[in-house]
Design a protein around this ligand. Structure first.
Ligand code: NAD
Length: 490
């Protein structure tokens, strides 16, 4: 499929089970962030393509009684999800390579992502099977002449809009539960990293997923994402991305009272107490440091960060690749320059590594002497930049950690497990890591508080955001029921 000059497969939009050229015939270049070279193209879908994809998803939802996706049993849907998981595992090296080429993440990390993708499809296959057991569950009522049971029905056609970090994994966090629940979907991945999502379409074709169940329309946010969020025949929108775009999605959905799930930006605090093992701590990164250990900890942190291998993501041992795009690269450099002009100290990094002449590379960056009013402290940078601030007491650490309008995640590092528990309970965020940072398991719920969004993906309740609960209540007596009695009884 690959054209001679391209390193990524040349694909079309995936609509109604087939590859279709975008209605307006436009394409978007794929840039390798490591070389700045063009390595292929993705189709640029627009409102016309979104419309066709939504129609296909609607038709697949309830085609003919018994032959449609919404009314298939969870066990049937699970078979497809497990088949997708198996294919992802089979194609792991190729998919990981494409992910690394497209978004710049180290190849090793991309292979772990592919394991997580397969694991996520497996996990939701299990929940689809469990859903069968939960159907028609009885509700106990206080009146004996009534019986009630619950149906858990798919919410309908869902629009899924995803970002460029973890491109295939973020898409999977939505596609797997939506399909497991019996929804049909239109996925709009990030224009900066859509290559592996188009390969997911190929996997769906290979496993024979019924046509229209999953449609994938690549394209720019305003051209393809916005018409999907605003489409009158889309029953729900699930979005992961920046808080600014999240606001637009919510506004578009509000005009039709359409439910949304929003996984937005974060500024996650890492609180390090002075009883941590100073040799292990720096590897976990930090940003709030208890004063007693601050100086030595920062010195080790700087030494450690200089040791991180920054290189082409496909080079062996790479631990930090380039950032995804020129736009993101310029944005991060501006954050660092603004921090400097506001009086912060750039202890290390903030510049292009000397050994890399091309590519959107930024050295691991550590910034000190920051005040809580500075832009670099308050805003999400989304790059290899860490700000460090000292605290002296536990109460002060908690207060600082909560002094943000985000609430996605946080971490606490201390040898005192009770203290960890106390701090974990006090930080206002959807996920807290204790003596670790960043592990994400699809078995546990994920999502943010405050401006990091609302709704929880993943976990045991991971299907709930794609389900609509219906009560069916039956009157079982032969006696007439109701306020108004029939004439004979009057
Ligand atoms: P982004 O908001 O720029 O784009 C996300 C998606 O929205 C893309 O597919 C984009 O094309 C689309 N989009 C853009 N404008 C749109 C519009 N007007 N209408 C509809 N769709 C539109 O975000 P990004 O730069 O791709 O991703 C980085 C952001 O994602 C960061 O803020 C990061 O914190 C966040 N993120 C959050 C989580 C989480 O779990 N909460 C996970 C990963 C990333």
């Amino acid at each position: 499929m690959a054209s001679p000059a391209a390193a990524v497969p040349q694909r079309q939009l995936f609509i109604d089970g087939e590859w279709r050229a975008p209605a307006l015939g436009r394409r978007i270049p794929v840039v390798n962030p490591s070389t700045e070279g063009h390595i292929g193209e993705i189709p640029a879908g627009t409102a016309e393509d979104i419309d066709a994809a939504v129609k296909a998803a609607r038709a697949a939802l309830k085609r003919n009684r018994g032959r449609d996706w919404a009314r298939a049993s969870g066990a049937v849907r699970a078979k497809y999800l497990r088949a997708i998981a198996a294919k992802i595992t089979e194609r792991k090296p190729e998919l990981a390579k494409l992910e690394a080429l497209d978004c710049g993440k180290p190849y090793d990390e991309a292979t772990w992502d592919m394991d997580d993708v397969a694991g996520c499809f497996e996990f939701f296959a299990g929940l689809a099977e469990d859903l069968d057991k939960k159907q028609n569950s009885p509700v106990s009522l206080p009146l004996e002449n009534f019986k009630c049971h619950l149906r858990r029905d798919p919410i309908g056609v869902v629009g899924l809009i995803t970002p460029w970090n973890y491109p295939l994994l973020m898409a999977t966090w939505k596609v797997a539960p939506a399909l497991a629940a019996g929804c049909t979907a239109v996925l709009k991945p990030s224009e900066l990293a859509s290559v592996t999502c188009l390969e997911l379409a190929d996997v769906c074709k290979e496993v024979g997923l019924p046509s229209g169940v999953l449609n994938i329309v690549t394209g720019l946010g305003p051209d393809a994402g916005a018409p999907l969020a605003a489409h009158p025949d889309v029953d729900k929108v699930s979005f992961t991305g920046s808080s600014a775009t999240g606001q637009k999605i919510m506004t578009a959905a509000a005009t039709m009272v359409k439910p949304v799930s929003l996984e937005l930006g974060g500024k996650s605090p890492i609180v390090v107490f002075d009883d941590v093992d100073i040799d292990k701590g720096p590897v976990l990164t930090m940003n709030y440091l208890q004063t007693k250990i601050a100086k030595e900890f920062i010195e080790r942190m700087v030494a450690w960060s200089k040791n991180i291998k920054v290189s082409d993501p496909l080079e062996e041992g790479c631990r930090l690749g380039p950032v995804v795009s020129e736009g993101q690269y310029e944005k991060i450099k501006k954050f660092v320059a603004n921090a400097k002009s506001e009086g912060a100290t750039i202890l290390t990094g903030g510049v292009r590594p000397k050994h890399l002449e091309k590519g959107y590379y930024i050295e691991p960056t550590i910034i000190t002497d920051v005040s809580t009013s500075m832009e670099i402290w308050r805003e999400e940078v989304f790059g290899p930049v860490l700000c460090v601030k000292e605290f002296s007491t536990e109460d002060e650490a908690i207060e600082l950690a909560n002094d943000t309008h985000y609430g996605l995640a946080g971490a606490v590092l201390s040898a005192d497990r009770e203290r960890c528990q106390r701090v974990a309970e006090e930080i206002d965020a959807g996920a807290i890591w204790v003596n670790c940072s960043q592990p994400c398991f699809c078995q546990a719920p994920w999502g943010g508080n405050k401006r990091s969004g609302f709704g929880r993906e993943l976990g045991d309740g991971g299907l709930d955001i794609y389900l609509s609960v219906k009560q069916i209540t039956e009157y079982t007596s032969d006696e007439p029921w109701g306020w108004y009695q029939p004439p004979s009884k009057m």
